[in-house]
Design a protein around this ligand. Structure first.
Ligand SMILES: C[S@@+](CC[C@H](N)C(=O)[O-])C[C@H]1O[C@@H](n2cnc3c(N)ncnc32)[C@H](O)[C@@H]1O
Length: 261
């Protein structure tokens, strides 16, 4: 079974635990400054090519990162999970495999276009449901899920802390909130090179797929995005405990995990 206790502990051993705010921490943006309707229509427009572009831009590594997110969610067979900003549903489907046929996974997204793709590919999976909704006002009761996940979605939200608090709200005590997101590599010179490369490659990839305008948004959404340590502190501010994170791809991607009190 994916997501067993042992695999989570193995992941924990390579992680950075953030129990206290980091002194002298650089301060990133508190949220996305691009208006929600623009973000939504941008994702509507790239929905048909999103998965192919993602595979190209991550050199196929995104599957491995999503599997790590599923393990971190610590789900058991028969569990219930909510995948926020589910997009085309890849993580939702991986979560469904972890909870098995007796479990239930709900994918929520604001883009009807992305949800259409998700339903086209994964609509027949048992126990999986895709729902139109906003990460900042999730269509779920308090404490009703074993875990909430968000993959490459947090940096699109108008408030990162509000998004994380909303995820914590719908998860039961002891359950996990998991965030997989782009980050900026350390040391600083690597971060500068990475941002420069992303600024060039994303629009080029966008041009190939005839979605250039949309793919200039992606590097912009990373500019000013908080460092991994800051996201961890934001999770604690959102009420989560036992916060830890793990970096992938030289820090270009970070997996953050917190537990609901
Ligand atoms: C980069 S995609 C990630 C999709 C998917 N989670 C993945 O791992 O590939 C970001 C997703 O966030 C969604 N999104 C952006 N703002 C949102 C919001 N306020 N509420 C829900 N979904 C949102 C977009 O529609 C888009 O599908």
């Amino acid at each position: 079974m994916v997501g067993g206790k042992q695999s989570v502990e193995a992941a924990d051993s390579q992680t950075e635990s953030v129990q206290q705010p980091v002194d002298g921490m650089a301060t990133g943006r508190a949220g996305n400054t691009v208006p929600e309707p623009r973000v939504t229509s941008m994702f509507d427009s790239i929905a048909p090519v999103y998965d192919r572009m993602n595979t190209i831009m991550t050199a196929g590594m995104d599957g491995r990162w999503r599997r790590a997110a599923v393990r971190a969610a610590n789900l058991a067979g028969g569990g219930v999970a909510l995948d926020v900003a589910c997009g085309t549903g890849k993580l939702t489907a991986d979560l469904a495999a972890a909870v098995g046929p007796s479990g239930r996974v709900v994918g929520v997204d604001l883009s009807a276009g992305m949800l259409e793709e998700a339903r086209r590919v994964y609509g027949n999976l048992s126990g999986v449901e895709f729902v139109l909704g906003n990460a900042l006002a999730l269509p779920a009761e308090n404490g009703t899920f074993d875990a909430a996940t968000i993959a490459f979605g947090l940096r699109n939200l108008a408030s990162f802390e509000d998004g994380l608090r909303e995820m914590a709200r719908i998860v039961r005590s002891g359950g996990r909130v998991v965030c997989l997101e782009l980050s900026v590599p350390r040391p600083r010179f690597l971060g500068t090179i990475y941002r420069g490369l992303f600024r060039v490659t994303a629009p080029v990839a966008g041009t190939v797929f005839r979605r250039r305008a949309a793919y200039t948004y992606l590097p912009k959404s990373l500019e000013g995005f908080p460092a991994a340590e800051e996201i961890a502190a934001t999770m604690r501010n959102a009420g989560l405990t036992d916060v830890w994170f793990k970096r992938f791809a030289l820090g270009a991607v970070a997996l953050h995990v917190g537990t609901v009190r």
